[in-house]
Design a protein around this ligand. Structure first.
Ligand code: IVH
Length: 708
């Protein structure tokens, strides 16, 4: 990074204006460099906070000198005038499509190679042809125009001859350089072509946000069918701020119209060199692009990328082969509107049509009800799919999916298959509209949907088999009943083997039953029984927390215990009475009431008491003792933690009974160090005080022993 100066100019003769001017240029260069490191190379050199600081400094200077704001300034991604939005843009070099090979077997690559050799007039004795193979990104093609290295226009493909001006939205894409790096800035006119796309994780997150908005009553919102549609929709927004909120990405894969500099250049002999140049100018170029020698290498590439397809962070619908030598590309030319020198070789589609046989409702571990379409088996994205999620009731109703309908099913990556839309024609007559059941299909408890929430839930809690394992683990955890040694695997065995149906059954387990379980010896069985026995003596707060009532965490459990003192008082309290407790609002109160209104839950509580689970009752605050894992401990915070602010970290530590001190001494129990930690960290090392990162702190807060 030595090529970019980072200190303020030291020219003593410069006026204040000149100094500002120089600093502006310097900041722009710095920000361009660091944005490229961050967005394109995915390898930042400075912390985000430092980047933000540089950006704020530039914004302040530009606010002072608005006459110096240029469209390629890093501050100007969002907010350019949308006046030219969607105006026609002529492609001086037409944007062609590629010949598509729909035979998805790797062998089809050999036929392409044979054809190329024939058209080039090569003999069998001639050496193999060099190709470049690239993924075929599933997004939308974009042409970017750079005037002396500055982005001046971005256009869609349109009909290949005339596209639409989408500069205002494309410039919000952080991976698209507003100004070219290196010798890119010396080229009078450069047109770069590539694909705007949306990553799968960004797409899933966007749709999740959209679902929340719809649930909150936002009528204008909808979910997107797939990443390509979401990307296309974002690019064709009028408002660049809306586009900026939809995370888009970009890959460059070629050049269009280029006016070289008078001294010549850029001049390329091979497509591979074009890709290297694009990289040097600051564009993201896929690391999966590869040189292939001969047809068999293309077939191998097709197979290899096909195997990786599900795990890639973005959708591809095939691979593209291109003859590497540009003179040969020229010689091969075009048929109609497709170049002879390129081929798109497809993979099996990730979306297919099939019929809905039934809509079932599944109950997840947390009680969440998910409508699932049972489908006529269909081959999508490389596997046979018979179930596809419909997410929630709102989604089913909005898409209006009904039994008997033909639907589009999508399976991309390792994301679970989903029904994206109903496909016409609709059957005559249609099935009944979907309705969420009022009672849990697994245990029959009431189904509830809280205001403002998307999901329906089973209120069966401890009683519902679907939720049982989760509930038992919650019950047994350290901060609840603290049954040592009762982990994931054992709970699976106990529940699957029918030994434990409710948490009360834990207290009825016998040595013989346990010792017969696989991987369970007498000794471990005895240890478990002893741990279960010990857990019987507890506190009301721990017991309440252990029940796993939705919205009742440790601190609410403590408040409830302190306020009521006795379990029966809580079980019989009205919603109004419950709301007398500090921090218990209508949602929490209703949740407690619903829980104790389920006869099954009351029964489990009675059985637990009958088995000998007990706590001191009626003592108000004295009964409300929940564990304070940091009681008596002193911690010191230094540096920036990845997700917690200093105030948040402090609040969490104090809530756990700990103290936060300002400086490190021999009395300090732990130093929690984040990014850019300073002298406190040195001091801790000097004194041998244990140093934790945020994960270590969280482990400590959760009550587990940490080894720093
Ligand atoms: S090259 C003449 N390379 O596929 C060849 N296109 O029908 C020009 N596409 O929508 C295109 N990935 O946007 C090329 N690595 C890649 C590509 C790619 C996706 C898209 C392109 C266009 C379609 C071509």
């Amino acid at each position: 990074m030595s090529h970019i100066p980072s200190d303020p100019p030291s020219d003593l003769w410069a006026t204040a204006e000149q100094a500002d001017r120089q600093r502006i240029e310097q900041l722009r260069a710095l920000l361009r460099h660091h944005a490229w490191r961050y967005y394109v190379l995915d390898n930042p050199e400075i912390p985000d906070a430092e980047y933000d600081r540089l950006m704020q400094e530039l914004q302040a200077l530009e606010a002072r000198h608005p006459q110096w704001v240029t469209p390629d300034s890093p501050t100007q991604r969002v907010g350019a005038q949308p006046s030219a939005a969607f105006a026609p843009v002529e492609h001086r070099v037409p944007m062609l499509s590629i010949r598509t090979e729909t035979d998805t077997s790797p062998q089809a690559a050999l036929a392409f190679d044979a054809r190329i050799r024939k058209e080039l007039g090569l003999q069998p004795s001639d050496p193999p042809v060099d190709y470049v193979a690239e993924p075929k990104f599933d997004g939308l093609a974009i042409a970017l125009h750079y005037d002396h290295g500055v982005l001046v226009c971005a256009a869609t493909r349109g009909d290949g001859v005339t596209g639409e001006d989408v500069t205002h939205t494309v410039r919000t894409i952080a991976q698209v350089p507003l100004r070219l790096l290196g010798d890119g800035a010396t080229i009078p006119w450069l047109e770069v072509r590539g694909e705007v796309y949306m990553r799968r994780d960004d797409f899933e997150a966007l749709n999740e946000r959209q679902r929340q908005r719809i649930a909150a009553g936002d009528k204008g919102e909808k979910t997107f069918v797939n990443p390509r549609n979401a990307a296309a929709g974002a690019v064709r927004q009028l408002d660049p701020a809306v586009a900026a909120a939809r995370p888009l990405s970009f890959f460059a894969y070629g050049l269009g119209d280029v006016t070289p500099a008078p001294q010549g250049g850029p001049a390329f002999e091979r497509h591979w060199h074009v890709l290297q140049a694009l990289r040097a100018w600051g564009f993201p170029v896929s690391a999966l692009a590869q040189r292939c020698v001969g047809g068999q290498a293309l077939a191998d590439y097709h197979r290899r990328i096909g195997q990786m397809r599900d795990t890639l962070p973005f959708d591809i619908d095939g691979v593209v082969y291109k003859v590497d030598r540009l003179d040969w590309q020229q010689q091969l030319g075009f048929v109609t509107r497709e170049p002879r020198w390129a081929l798109a070789h497809k993979y099996p589609a990730q979306e297919q049509l099939t019929r809905v046989l039934a809509i079932e409702v599944q109950v997840g571990r947390t009680g969440k009800l998910t409508p699932v379409a049972k489908l006529e088996p269909v081959f999508v994205g490389g596997v046979t799919v018979t179930n596809a999620t419909l997410h929630n009731e709102d989604e089913v109703l909005r898409k209006d999916v009904r039994v008997g309908d033909t639907v589009i099913v999508r399976r991309a990556g390792d994301v679970i298959p989903e029904v994206v839309a109903v496909a016409p024609p609709l059957p005559e007559p249609r099935g009944e509209p979907f309705r969420m059941p009022s009672h849990c299909p697994v245990c029959g408890s009431a189904v509830v949907r809280e205001p403002g929430e998307v999901d329906h839930r089973c209120s069966g809690g401890l009683f519902c088999p679907a939720q049982r394992k989760q509930a038992i683990l919650h019950f047994a955890q350290r901060r609840a009943m603290d049954i040592e040694g009762l982990g994931d695997k054992l709970v699976d065995q106990l529940v699957d083997g029918g030994l434990v149906r409710t948490v009360a059954d834990l207290y009825r387990l016998g040595l013989r039953q346990l010792a017969e379980l696989p991987r369970m010896a007498d000794k471990s069985a005895n240890n478990l029984l002893a741990a279960i026995e010990r857990s019987k003596a507890t506190t009301l707060a721990r017991f309440l927390f252990a029940l796993g009532i939705r919205h009742v965490g440790e601190s609410t459990a403590r408040d409830l215990a302190r306020h009521f003192g006795r379990l029966d008082a809580i079980m019989d309290a009205s919603v109004e009475q419950l709301q007398q407790v500090p921090d218990v609002g209508p949602v929490v109160a209703a949740s407690i009431r619903t829980f104790f209104d389920q006869p099954h839950n009351r029964e489990v509580v009675e059985q637990l008491r009958a088995c000998g689970v007990h706590w001191p009752e009626g003592q108000g605050a004295a009964a409300a003792d929940v564990p304070q894992p940091l009681a008596g401990k002193t911690l010191v915070l230094t540096g920036t933690l990845p997700t917690l602010t200093r105030d948040e970290a402090k609040a969490l530590i104090e809530a756990a009974g700990g103290k936060v001190a300002g400086s490190v001494s021999r009395k300090t129990d732990y130093v929690v160090a984040g990014d850019a930690a300073g002298s406190k960290l040195d001091k801790a090392r000097e004194l041998g005080v244990p140093v934790l990162d945020e994960a270590g702190l969280r482990a400590l807060l959760a009550g587990s022993a940490v080894s720093p």
